[in-house]
Ligand binder design. Structure first.
Ligand code: UDP
Length: 328
């Protein structure tokens, strides 16, 4: 099957592209390289340097494709609250373009990178797909709106979709085939890795007065190779059943900021300086997934999402970049 990976030069997109290549798909990556990297492209995949806001180019890229993975969204929660216009244009206008191009080109399937941010403050844990959706930030709002667009184009145009609600994506390819580092990361594990490799001076811990055992926030970290497998299984499911799907992808395990930091100190052997900072607005104390639906419908089972592997695979990428020797 021919598959277009939109945003395929990015952190998650490159892992997804690798997964589909490994499964024998004919992969084309479409990316504007605003945050994606040429270094993340594979010689076996075709590459189109394009932007989802350029309709004609996107439509041409979709000709002859059966499926698309849609990962080309901005994703910085804090920034989305300050610059909603940027998120409206890329994430919402980009989606309208994408769906219109898909409909015109006769694309059958879309796999969409949604987010646990659609749920907002948890009413109960673990969060399953029946949990009410009430995003707390503009980024999460755009993801929820995109899900609604997908729902309408399914009904009206017969485009089947899988909306994958990622929890906290982390780690690097377990076989070390992806080496591009995210630029200006804001997420916990890359920030810790930058502090470990000397690319930044310290980690600021956003609050230690939460109602959790050590006072720091608990999140559900899911390895990016496990996420990538989820995309392939989701495409199999919607193609086989001719039916759309919305599922959580999470490890069902919670780790606190302190636990992540301690594992990172142990695995890297680096001191990783940290300082206590104030709470970051909009951070719930705990977020953990129920991934029962993905297990039952897709047969999906995370393999690499223990904290040790998440940190170990990340450190291999960062230690190399920082010119350190990596002993593990
Ligand atoms: N966090 C932190 N310092 C940082 C980045 C993140 O203490 O520099 C905390 C953040 O407050 C949250 C957890 O780490 O409790 C995960 O944050 P991240 O931004 O990685 O993902 P989110 O859960 O917000 O999607």
């Amino acid at each position: 099957m021919n598959i277009l990976i939109i945003g395929g030069a990015g952190y998650i997109g490159s892992h997804v592209a690798r997964e589909f290549l490994d499964r024998g798909y004919k992969v084309t990556v479409f990316d504007n390289l605003s945050s994606g990297l040429r270094e993340n492209l594979f010689p076996e995949a075709s590459f189109i340097h394009g932007d989802i806001l350029l309709y004609q180019k996107l439509k041409e890229a979709m000709e002859g494709q059966e499926a698309a993975v849609y990962l080309a969204a901005f994703k910085a929660v804090g920034e989305s609250m300050i610059k909603p216009e940027k998120y409206s244009l890329n994430n919402i206008t980009g989606t309208v373009n994408l769906l219109n191009a898909a409909s015109e080109a006769g694309l059958k399937y879309i796999i969409f990178s949604s987010s646990a941010a659609v749920y907002g403050e948890p009413a109960y844990l673990p969060i399953d797909e029946k949990h009410p959706v009430n995003p707390e930030n503009y980024y999460g709002f755009t993801k929820l709106e995109i899900e609604k667009f997908l729902g309408w184009y399914d009904r009206l145009k017969g485009i089947r979709y899988a909306s994958l609600r990622y929890f906290n994506a982390a780690g690097y390819d377990v076989k070390g085939r992806i080496t591009g580092l995210e630029q200006n990361p804001a997420n916990l594990i890359p920030v810790i890795m930058e502090a470990a490799s000397g690319m930044r001076s310290e980690l600021a811990i956003f609050g230690d007065d939460y109602d959790t055992p050590d006072g720091t926030c608990i999140r559900d970290y899911i390895h990016v190779n496990d996420l990538a497998t989820g995309h392939a299984l989701a495409l199999d499911y919607i193609a086989k059943n001719n039916k759309s799907l919305t599922v959580n992808l999470g490890s069902e395990t919670g780790s606190s900021v302190m636990e992540v930091l301690q594992t990172a100190r142990r695995v890297t052997g680096k001191p990783i300086p940290s300082r206590m900072a104030g709470r970051r607005p909009g951070d719930p104390a705990r977020l953990t997934a129920s991934a029962k639906l993905a297990r039952e419908l897709l047969g999906w089972q995370p393999q690499y999402s223990d904290m040790e592997t998440l940190i170990n695979t990340s450190w291999k990428a960062y230690a190399r970049e920082a010119g350190n020797s990596c002993t593990r």
